[in-house]
Design a protein around this ligand. Structure first.
Ligand SMILES: NC(=O)c1ccc[n+]([C@@H]2O[C@H](COP(=O)([O-])OP(=O)(O)OC[C@H]3O[C@@H](n4cnc5c(N)ncnc54)[C@H](OP(=O)(O)O)[C@@H]3O)[C@@H](O)[C@H]2O)c1
Length: 333
């Protein structure tokens, strides 16, 4: 197999088959209180993994190299899911660019290096679709990485994520460390962030429609024209893909994780209105910016490996709304 001009088939053969991921192995999920980390822990528990190690941010600050090294020296996990990161929307990224680039570079460098140094068998790093160029052809393929300028609003975060990808690839080449890179699309699901200042579009719309229904509002205003198209993957599907790839994917190339289909914001708003049972009107405020017309991942490589997303958008939204009603309403910035 070729990456650029390099034949990497030799690297795969360094990975011993007896080191396979199984319920007896010791797993560390970094970032287990986050949307993704919590879904991975749920998934592992359901499969009977009995040795899943977690530490909260307060117990282990992953930006501290000394703390991370001590933790790995003591615990020596076999497999590592790196789902801890400093994550946020446009406002947070543009207000705190130094924090975004610093924290993410430190977290990923500390964890990847310590995992290798303390003989972990494999590490799964989570990137994001924002690593692709702003004007990448749609749907975006893995080979579009580093082919053009990034979206400026979150380039600090994206540059850190690209460094994480390259670090995994470099450790594989130099040390034979089995580190793999997943690029998920926009995620949603139980545990999502419903704070209107910092949340993504899908949970924000769930909250807006829910509150409008409770108050009996005549209309809900949705920012933009409603025309941009976006892809949404349920976080349980991402957890499923992560376990699938931890079990069977040992390549240097990055791999997209998505649904392979998108919806317009207007279609999304209509689905959410139906799920929530709101009977008023939807009004699009096209004085607000639309952003990129389309952002869709090409998931052909992942599909060819035998994995497909399973959670339908309507069902996933319904479950997420239920979660919001039961747990999420404390989270109302
Ligand atoms: N959400 C999405 O739509 C999406 C899409 C594509 C890719 N991803 C990727 O998936 C990964 C997880 O995202 P997420 O949505 O699950 O984020 P999240 O909900 O914000 O969770 C991130 C977790 O990392 C922890 N963390 C942050 N800084 C830490 C530190 N210095 N030490 C220890 N723990 C720290 C956080 O703990 P505290 O909250 O206590 O700080 C939190 O539990 C990220 O790499 C992200 O790029 C997410």
């Amino acid at each position: 197999m070729n990456i650029g001009n390099t034949d990497i088939s030799a690297f795969g053969s360094r990975i011993a088959t007896h080191d396979r991921f199984s319920p007896e192995t010791k797993i560390y999920v970094a970032g287990h209180r986050g949307l993704v980390g919590a879904a991975i822990v749920r998934r592992l528990e359901r499969e009977g993994f009995s040795s899943v190690i977690t530490r909260s941010h307060a117990e282990l600050d992953l930006t501290s190299q000394a703390e991370v090294n001590d933790f790995f020296a003591r615990e020596r996990p076999d497999f590592v899911f790196l789902a801890a990161a400093k994550v946020g929307g446009i406002l947070a990224n543009s207000s705190y660019p130094a924090d975004f680039i610093r924290d993410n570079l430190l977290i990923q460098s500390n964890v990847i290096d310590a995992a290798w140094h303390h003989d972990a068998k494999k590490l799964l790093f989570l990137g994001s679709s924002c690593i692709y160029p702003k004007h990448a052809p749609q749907p975006m393929k893995e080979e579009h990485l580093l082919t053009g300028p990034l979206e400026p609003t979150n380039e600090w975060y994206a540059v850190a994520k690209i460094a994480g990808i390259k670090m995994c690839q470099a450790y594989r080449r130099q040390h034979g460390f089995n580190a793999i890179n997943l690029m998920p699309t926009n995620l949603y699901g139980p545990g999502d962030n419903f704070d209107l200042e910092t949340s993504h579009v899908l949970p924000a719309l769930i909250r807006k429609f829910h509150e409008a229904k409770e108050r009996g509002d005549a209309e809900v205003v949705v920012w933009g024209s409603g025309k941009p198209r976006r892809e949404f993957l349920h976080v349980d599907d991402l957890a499923d893909a992560s376990v699938f790839l931890m079990r069977g994917y040992d390549e240097e190339e990055i791999i997209n994780v998505g649904v392979g289909e998108d919806v317009s914001i207007a279609e999304l708003a209509e689905i959410i209105r139906g799920v929530v049972g709101y009977e008023g009107d939807i009004v699009f405020d096209d004085s607000k910016p639309d952003g990129t017309p389309r952002k869709l991942l090409d998931v052909g490589r992942l599909n060819a490996l035998g994995w497909k997303a399973r959670v339908g958008l309507k069902d996933g939204i319904s479950e997420t709304w239920r979660w919001y009603v039961d747990h999420g309403q404390g989270n109302q910035g």
